[in-house]
Design a protein around this ligand. Structure first.
Ligand SMILES: [Zn+2]
Length: 310
């Protein structure tokens, strides 16, 4: 079975990025996994501290492991945005493949000092664990914000990236390059998109010489994402777009069957809704053209879903 490091190396070699999708329930796990399988591309399942608390650290680890084993498929589990060493250790012990150790709210030097310690501790538990460090400010909360904050003065410099990676020994770096967590109302309506500093990504990649992660990918312009991958991004996080699709799919499922109480008759519509987003993002990240004959093109629209179930 391919491990996470090999998957990252292959992605870089092929000029593609691995999609990282956050989950907090079985609906989203199913949508992410079945999309990746359908397209035949590796995928990262992410669970932040809050998402882990809801699903159970060991329970989500067991679930993802069971999918990987049963289907012999490269699906990996990442402990997204972990703010304490204690929580990071808990995830590593539960069998996570990677940890995003995020002390980016601290001063740069303090962040570097504590991240270095964390890398040592986590690798003493599992030498194969992939540790990602965070620098710069990309905001918090993968949710809908009234307005997009102006984070332009907190962008990562190539010099910071180089120093941080060398000092801490992180395997992966998440820089601030115009990305941000969450989406504005305008982005949800498709009236506005995030744009990335492509030149900065290329410079950071040259300086850092490790795989780079783009957080807060939701609502980013497609062409910017393509260029970001070409410039050196190897992992792209999508969360808010899935949450928006989860909610609308759930609402459609409930509205379509007002008297239905059987979860497995309502929730498939939510799975399909999330799946459409995951499929479209995975195609973009992996340069997979959408074929009209493809099964995915038959994924019903909300209107057709309603018809199909009534
Ligand atoms: Zn993030």
């Amino acid at each position: 079975m391919q491990d996470i490091r090999t998957a990252l190396e292959l992605a870089r070699e092929h000029g593609v990025a691995i999609g990282h999708f956050n989950v907090s329930d079985l609906v989203v796990v199913k949508a992410v996994f079945s999309s990746a399988r359908e397209l035949g591309v590796p995928v990262l399942v992410g669970a932040s501290e809050g998402e882990r608390e809801f699903m159970g650290v060991r329970q989500i680890a067991a679930l993802v492991r069971s999918l990987r084993e049963e289907f012999d498929f490269p699906v990996f589990l990442n402990a997204d945005h972990t703010h304490t060493l204690e929580k990071a250790v808990e995830a590593v012990k539960a069998g996570f493949d990677g940890v995003v150790f995020d002390l980016s709210a601290l001063h740069f030097e303090e962040n570097a000092r504590q991240t270095k310690q964390a890398v040592e501790t986590l690798k003493s538990i599992n030498p194969g664990i992939l540790v990602e460090g965070e620098i710069g400010n990309i905001g918090t909360g993968s949710e809908i914000h009234e307005l997009a904050p102006d984070l332009s003065k907190y962008l990562t410099t190539p010099a910071e990236a180089e120093h941080f990676v060398q000092f801490t020994g992180v395997d992966v770096l998440a820089p601030a390059v115009g990305n941000m967590h969450g989406m504005s109302q305008k982005m949800v309506r498709g009236e506005n998109r995030k744009h990335l500093d492509i030149e900065r990504i290329a410079q950071i990649k040259t300086a850092a010489r490790v795989p780079l992660t783009l957080h807060g990918g939701s609502g980013t312009d497609d062409e910017d994402l393509r260029q970001a991958i070409a410039a050196g991004i190897t992992i792209i996080h999508i969360n808010t777009e899935l949450r928006v699709a989860w909610r609308s799919g759930l609402q459609a499922g409930l509205a379509a069957q007002p008297t239905q109480v059987v979860p497995y008759k309502i929730l498939p519509i939510a799975v399909e809704s999330v799946k459409q987003v995951v499929l479209s993002r995975l195609r973009l990240f992996n340069h997979i053209e959408k074929l009209t004959t493809e099964r995915n093109s038959l994924v019903p629209s909300t209107a057709r879903e309603r018809q199909a179930v009534t």
